[in-house]
Design a protein around this ligand. Structure first.
Ligand SMILES: *Cc1c(COP(=O)(O)O)cnc(C)c1O
Length: 379
């Protein structure tokens, strides 16, 4: 079955009690039992909910996975993965990643004795060199947020497999329409479903997809024991979002290409970060492991003062100044003061994230209107 069809039918079976084509929002906390421990497979809604189940089935389908679990947010999904580990274990992660993941690792989990080692994963030798006999997990983001760095997922899987190290990939920026890490050898895919999966900026949610039954059981145990589950209404919204994932991503990619190319030719722009440029250092890998290059773009102005960046950030009208990404509407963001403010400035600068970097989440509006909006703002 082709992806466009899968996105529409994933997880959808008519509701057994009425035949409703859309799974109902099962807004319930518990389920009546016929006799003690005699039930229909549903006992308590932290453990099971039919709307969530339909979404988890859909999550598995869209990432070519055997299993999937839904969480109350992307960081809750990440949190569940790290809870597979024990004190003394080591994680190797990318040095350019979502600020909230960095905050979770350094501020929450380090104090429980888990060690996080940050390397430039665009060169996979840096990962091999950091491996020790305590390494249990590689945490990779590609393309990265916000610098659009590309890591070769299959090459990282080749390092992980023989050493029995788990490979988890944050696939939020690509979405399952552009990249399927499990097919490339990853063990776990993580999504902030808040972004492209939901697609309409109206829900916070996270997802994990995996093929290994043992891993599924461990992560389900964490999901139910720690309780970071999404509510049924949010599950319904993401299910609805997934139906249009294919067509939305096509539009995001087309608009992304138009805007990245236009920005690059703009006399006031010094640098554009977008993996679809042939001279992007990760282009060959991106072309091989992604179906298209997406609608996330970062850029810097020739006048690289923070004031000038802030002026542009405050001057757009169609691009709304906001954190987040992946919705149908275009957003503009200042990573240094917004999404990535939780990373210390010296770390940011060391990793190439300047104070004047501007990030765009290109929506699916008319590309000409978006260009005009940016033209007026940049001047
Ligand atoms: C937003 C985001 C997250 C966190 O997801 P939430 O749903 O906000 O908790 C993780 N990774 C990436 C790449 C993100 O963009």
């Amino acid at each position: 079955m082709k992806a466009a069809t899968k996105y529409i039918h994933a997880g959808m079976t008519p509701d057994p009690s009425t035949g409703a084509i859309m799974i109902p929002i099962y807004q319930t906390s518990t389920y009546v039992q016929e006799a003690p421990a005699v039930n229909k497979g549903y006992e308590y809604a932290r453990s099971q909910n039919p709307t969530r189940k339909a979404l988890e089935d859909a999550y598995a389908v869209i990432e070519n996975a055997q299993y999937a679990l839904a969480f109350g947010s992307g960081v809750a999904a990440t949190d569940a993965v790290i809870k597979l580990l024990s004190p003394g274990d080591e994680v190797i992660c990318g040095n350019d990643m979502y600020g909230g993941s960095y905050r979770l690792f350094t501020k929450v989990f380090e104090k429980f004795g888990i060690k996080f080692i940050y390397v430039d994963t665009t060169n996979v030798n840096n990962i091999s060199n950091a491996v020790s006999d305590k390494t249990r997990l590689f945490w990779i983001e590609t393309p990265t947020n916000p610098l659009m760095n590309i890591t070769d997922i299959a090459a990282v899987a080749a390092i992980a497999k023989p050493k029995n190290i788990l490979l988890a990939v944050d696939n939020t920026f690509a979405s399952p329409a552009l990249q399927n890490p499990l097919d490339l050898g990853a063990d776990i895919v993580m999504h902030s479903a808040t972004k492209y999966l939901g697609g309409h900026s109206d829900v916070i949610q996270g997802a994990l997809m995996m093929n290994d039954k043992d891993l599924q059981e461990k992560l389900y145990f964490i999901q139910k024991s720690c309780g970071a589950v999404p509510g049924p209404m949010d599950c319904f919204l993401v299910l609805r979002g997934i139906k249009t994932l294919g067509i939305r991503m096509k539009a995001h990619c087309e608009n992304g290409k138009t805007i990245a190319t236009w920005l690059r030719n703009h006399p006031k722009v010094s640098k554009v970060y977008w993996p679809g440029f042939e001279d992007h250092p990760g282009y060959a890998v991106a072309k091989a492991q992604m179906k298209d290059f997406g609608g996330m773009i970062s850029f810097e102005l020739k006048n690289d003062s923070v004031d000038e960046a802030k002026r542009v950030l405050s001057s757009t009208h169609l691009f709304s100044l906001a954190e987040s990404l992946g919705g149908v509407e275009s957003l503009i963001n200042h990573p240094a003061s917004m999404t990535h403010a939780s990373i210390p400035r010296e770390e940011r600068i060391k990793n190439g994230l300047s104070d004047s970097l501007i990030r765009l989440s290109v929506g699916i509006e008319d590309a000409g209107d978006l260009v005009e909006d940016l033209q007026k703002a940049i001047g």
